[in-house]
Design a protein around this ligand. Structure first.
Ligand code: ADP
Ligand code: MG
Length: 153
């Protein structure tokens, strides 16, 4: 199957999901994070970034558009495009340089950058389930399929 779903009962489970997911993500991977405000996209990103070895805070890049994490083994670029006005602004911020084979890109609100960002390996949907959440991870490339397969094992 090309999708993986899991119920996430609390914030800690969302962080743990990110920590698990990061084990299967290789350099060059692009992840789109979908879901309403407060659905847990940044919380999941925190699990991924800290799981990769970042020991400091992970703040939402709502106002900066991108937060870089230069780690020993990899660079992670965490985007939040919610406040992006015109997707052409991405050209001015040198968006192309971020999507390198050595980096991992995690993008919240990717639809705001349509036409200016590459297609993802994974589409991740965070959804409300009452007070709790559900994550659905869908593969969108061969690389993505491998990750989804590993999540299901
Ligand atoms: P987004 O980036 O999608 O806007 P955030 O991650 O910033 O969302 O905020 C999500 C909110 O939901 C946080 O207050 C967090 O504590 C909470 N949260 C995260 N995961 C869960 C979960 N599985 N169950 C309940 N609350 C959660
Ligand atoms: Mg967010």
């Amino acid at each position: 199957s090309n999708t993986f779903s899991q119920h996430l009962a609390d914030e800690a489970q969302t962080v743990a999901m990110g920590e698990r997911l990061c084990k299967y993500i290789k350099n060059g991977a692009v992840l789109f994070l979908h879901g309403d405000l407060g659905a847990g996209k940044t919380t999941l990103s925190r699990g991924i970034v800290q799981g990769m070895g970042h020991t400091g805070k992970v703040k939402s890049p709502t106002y900066t558009l991108v937060e870089p994490y230069e780690l020993d083994d990899v660079s992670i670029y965490h985007f939040d495009l919610y406040r992006l006005g015109d997707p052409e602004e991405l050209e001015y911020m040198g968006i192309r340089d971020y999507f390198s084979p050595n980096a991992i890109c995690i993008i919240e609100w990717p639809q705001k950058g349509a036409g200016f960002i590459p297609s993802p390996d994974l589409n991740v949907e965070m959804a409300y389930d009452g007070e709790q959440r559900t994550i659905t991870v869908s593969a969108n490339s061969e690389r993505g399929k491998t990750i989804v397969m590993q999540l299901g094992q």
